[in-house]
Design a protein around this ligand. Sequence first.
Ligand code: ARG
Length: 457
Amino acid sequence: MAKMWAGRTAGNTDQIADDFNSSIHFDSRLYREDITGSMAHASMLKKQNIIPAAAADHIIAGLSEILADLESGELEIDETCEDIHMFVEQVLTERIGEEGKMLHTARSRNDQVALDMRMYMRKKVNEIITLVRGLTEVLADSAEKYKDVILPGYTHLQRAQPVYFGHHLLAYAMMLIRDTSRLQDALKRMDESPIGACALAGTTYDTDRVYEAELLGFSGVCANSLDAVSDRDFCLETLSALSILMMHLSRFSEEIILWSSWEFRFVELSDAYTTGSSIMPQKKNSDMAELVRGKTGRVYGDLMGLLTVMKGIPLAYNKDMQEDKEPVFDAIDTVIMCLKVFTPMIATMNVHPENMMKAAQGGFINATDLADYMVTKGLPFRSAYKISGQIVAECIKTGQVLETLPLETYKKYWDQFEEDLYEAIDLKNAADRRNSLGGTSRESIAKQIELIREKLK
Ligand code: ARG
């Protein structure tokens, strides 16, 4: 088929060059944005008397039919077209004739594609924010539900101090709140319209960029035409925010995988979010969590890929920039898919408080509290620390735990131990005493939940 841009050359590109150059097999998903953008463009051309009003009306009616036919499946994307922009314009001209050829007045595919991408990403980033909010809500609800469940908090993956499970879940909720704010921040800078920058330098026509931007729901316009067509910061910022979000989901996944193992048995995922093994009948694998962890690599790759594409491009538009689409689409699709499976996986997960408690009791994570008890009775901390250590050593040797070690045994190490020591080393008491701002106490958890619900409003 003859190229729409045939002019200086006859447009007889080799088939292999055509295939290499064309982007329609991945940018066809921009058809809605492309058509909506073109309708706004035609309205602006009409208002400014750049094209006849009747022609503009025919263009707008034609475009809206094309959109309806694409949505209904009546019209199929022609993959032999170079890109979605060429396809829409070609179908329009086939349908309404010569007037269709007026649409591309005072614009270029360079500002057109930049506009389409901003509109598409704006929609998708909002969709992601909604999904992240859904997960954050699940975490806040679960934190409330499991606010009395103690598990060992870890450092170096060694049992360290008792924490409430709710506190642990809320740590992830805080990360998600930051993810949301990063995405909202990216939306702010995405909210400038590039259309009207034309190929690179603006135009001689008396256009109204602000009007066109308003029609398309942008708060402002890109102030420099060269920047407008060559900026892909909004893609990179989004990819970067998505990479950090995936890093959070990946860390969480790693914990879910660990907790689901027989060694931990802190949680059991619902059958709906696990798989079996084709050979080992006893298996229940956390494939969804593993895939989320694995797909994090793809999203990082998308970010690194596009950063690398952009690093050597002189102003303004260069065809390299067509390479923005696949990584952006891949990252967006991946994150949406991950969130859609991750959220219900967490919401339906079975928690085993008894196993968490057992692990909390087995690790002497209240040894610090035992030492603190002696300090409150007048012993210097270093001496108390030493006695507490000796008692732990005896427990390890005899297979006992601090909570049930008889008082006589305690007294062997320090004669001032009393009955009240058991209250001091009770795991829940120990956790509730960590009532500093942001600490693990139930009072602090309630405040954190309130904070998160406030932010979710
Ligand atoms: N398919 C192209 C892209 O995605 C559209 C812009 C083409 N512009 C041009 N001057 N060749 O970047």
